[in-house]
Design a protein around this ligand. Structure first.
Ligand code: PEP
Length: 256
């Protein structure tokens, strides 16, 4: 089986202006050695308005930090006021884009069909989608969380080839654990991440499933990251709140 390089992605959400973004990226890079940044892929996901600044910092100082956006339009260009396209993000040197975050699903009514269109747009324009799936508390309490996540996964990957799926990153983010301080147990995280990998194997083949990186997200901190990363099907973390502090996020990236 292929070794999967660990990925730590910091989702800044709607925080930090471009000056603060520059500071955080510089501090983060200074807190990690070249070896650490080579072993663990470290990525920041700032608001759109920070991307040009992050690009300048990363390119200017040849920082081993990747970056991407938190969303994209399913369209490449046109009359879509307020939206940002895949080609625009790719031109700014983005390598990743979050798709289907639970906050977008909840506050912008994004459904699986739209998430699918955005995954396709990301891949078309050379961006790696970080596809988020995850159940709410009601579903968790009913015990149907695995079926729920599998359904979201199927919907989001509809029409994709196995080769395309190889370059998708999946993030399992139980909604009840996001920003709540209530982390899933490592066993909870492993259960769903393993089920996601199994679903990928059933639909796209074992070889593809083996290569896909699956992240856990939901109140990850430096104090709980090691136990979560010790799970065999967890290949990294999508980190919200804790990624806004350079030292704390650097500690998370130094989990091994
Ligand atoms: C997220 O928004 O992707 C997330 C995991 O947030 P937090 O780490 O703050 O729970």
């Amino acid at each position: 089986s292929t070794p999967r390089r660990p990925l730590m992605a910091g989702n800044w959400k709607m925080n930090l202006n471009h000056l603060e973004a520059n500071l955080l990226v510089q501090k983060l890079a200074a807190s990690l050695t070249e070896k650490q940044l080579t072993e663990v892929e470290t990525v920041v996901l700032p608001p759109y308005t920070d991307l040009r600044t992050v690009q300048t910092a990363v390119d200017g100082d040849k920082l081993l930090i990747g970056y991407g956006a938190q969303d994209l339009s399913p369209h490449a260009s046109g009359a879509y006021t307020g939206d940002i396209s895949g080609p625009m993000l790719a031109k700014l040197g983005c390598t990743y884009v979050v798709v289907g975050h639970s906050e977008r699903r909840a506050y912008h009514h994004e459904d699986d069909a739209l998430v699918n269109a955005k995954v396709q747009a990301a891949l078309t324009h050379g961006l790696t989608p970080i596809l988020c799936v995850g159940e709410g508390l009601d579903v968790r309490e009913q015990g149907t969380h695995v079926a729920h996540c599998s359904e979201q996964l199927d919907g989001a990957l509809k029409g994709l080839s196995a080769e395309q799926v190889t370059s998708v990153v999946v993030a399992y983010e139980p909604v009840w654990a996001i920003g709540t301080g209530k982390t899933a147990t490592p066993e909870d995280a492993q259960e769903v991440c393993a089920a996601v990998r199994q679903r990928l194997a059933d639909r796209f083949g074992a070889e593809t499933a083996d290569q896909v990186r699956i992240l856990y997200g939901g109140s990850v901190k430096s104090s709980n990251v090691a136990a979560i990363m010790a799970q065999p099907d967890v290949d990294g973390a999508l980190v919200g709140g804790a990624s806004l502090d350079a030292e704390e996020f650097a500690k998370i990236c130094r989990f091994p």
